[in-house]
Design a protein around this ligand. Structure first.
Ligand SMILES: Nc1ncnc2c1ncn2[C@@H]1O[C@H](COP(=O)(O)OP(=O)(O)OP(=O)(O)O)[C@@H](O)[C@H]1O
Ligand SMILES: [Mg+2]
Length: 326
């Protein structure tokens, strides 16, 4: 297999507070390959957004990356200077956030947004930048793109604005796009269209895609592989088809049982009892053990590591042949 576009190894993020050292991410490792969508799923507070922010070096101080490596096309990017990272952002890594309005300036036309970004990253002249802006808008499904260049963000619907943000993220043909809850602010019917768009762009441009969402159903429909996060750790990772058919971690099993469309018997639709721990109260042993029906003494005292055959790996003493972390 070709080298991954993004490779994250043993990533650790810490938030020092006056009393405590909170560990936001602990030993997070994964790869994303060209043309692949890797979904990140987990309940609120799992560490999904921190993972994306760490890759972009956008963990606000005093939070910091305290260990591990992040490589883009083989090159370390976790220790770059501010200007070094500015060259990567937008040009090599595009970003899409939940609310398109945070990425758009209300006083600038869509044409100015696109041509400015294209100009900065690709150094094209006005005419060529405008042509590229029109073809990008067309590609993301904005009707009459040449006319719409003169429109302002508020003159578009929420779904159209998110399409425009996706066009902006793709301006410079980045190798990686990080999308953090890109459809959460949109109507359900529009969500499916945006997801189909992301999938198509990923296939046609060969972009690697990091899709962050709390919606396991969306992952099942969109992603090639999935990383299930819990309390700042990846607890299961593998191909979506494998994991949806044979989830190994009890937490993943709970997430999948809660997808309405995959559940034949609505009566069985269930939530996982309990709540994700806060960073100041991470339990010993397996972080999931207080909510786990299978937990035994080993789970309460020893932390399981990701283990398993091939590319499906699970951190669970009970359902995977895990080695024991010291
Ligand atoms: N700057 C910070 N200082 C301290 N704790 C933080 C900081 N930023 C995030 N956290 C904590 O880290 C944990 C993970 O946060 P993160 O935003 O990554 O969650 P998430 O998985 O994206 O959740 P959501 O689905 O709600 O967006 C949470 O417990 C959060 O409170
Ligand atoms: Mg988040």
């Amino acid at each position: 297999m070709a080298d991954p576009v993004l490779s994250v190894r043993d990533l650790r993020v810490e938030f020092p507070t006056r009393r405590d050292l909170l560990v936001g991410l602990d030993g997070v490792s994964f790869d994303i390959h060209q043309g692949e969508v890797l979904g990140f799923v987990g309940e609120s507070g799992a560490g999904k957004s921190i993972t994306g922010a760490a890759i972009m070096q956008q963990i606000a101080a005093p939070g910091r990356i305290a260990g591990g490596e992040i490589r883009l096309n083989g090159q370390r990017i976790d220790k770059l200077s501010r200007t070094g990272m500015e060259r990567i952002r937008g040009r090599h890594i595009g970003m899409v956030f939940q609310d398109p309005l945070t990425s758009l300036n209300p006083l600038m036309t869509i044409g100015d947004h696109l041509t400015e970004t294209i100009g900065v990253h690709l150094g094209l002249g006005r005419r060529a930048a405008r042509d590229r802006a029109v073809s990008l808008l067309e590609e993301v499904g904005i009707p009459e793109p040449a006319e719409r260049l003169r429109s302002y963000p508020h003159e578009f619907s929420g779904g159209q604005r998110q399409r425009i943000v996706i066009a902006l993220a793709l301006c410079a043909e980045p190798e990686l796009v990080i999308a953090d809850e890109p459809t959460t602010a949109l109507d359900v019917s529009v969500q499916a269209q945006i997801i189909a768009l992301i999938r198509r762009l990923c296939d046609t441009h060969g972009t690697a895609f990091m899709l962050i969402t709390h919606d396991m159903g969306m992952i099942a429909e969109t992603a090639d592989r999935v990383a299930v996060m819990y309390a700042g750790r990846v607890v299961e990772i593998g191909r979506v088809a494998d994991i949806v058919a044979h989830p190994a971690h009890p937490y993943t099993q709970g997430l999948i049982a809660a997808i309405p469309s995959l559940e034949t018997d609505a009566e069985r639709l269930r939530q996982i009892p309990g709540a994700m721990p806060s960073l100041s109260a991470i339990p010993d042993g397996c972080v999931f053990h207080p909510r786990c029906e299978l937990a035994d003494d080993l789970c309460r005292t020893r932390r399981p590591v990701l283990a398993g055959e091939g590319d499906h790996r699970t951190a669970c003493h009970r359902t995977a042949q895990a080695e024991y972390a010291p």
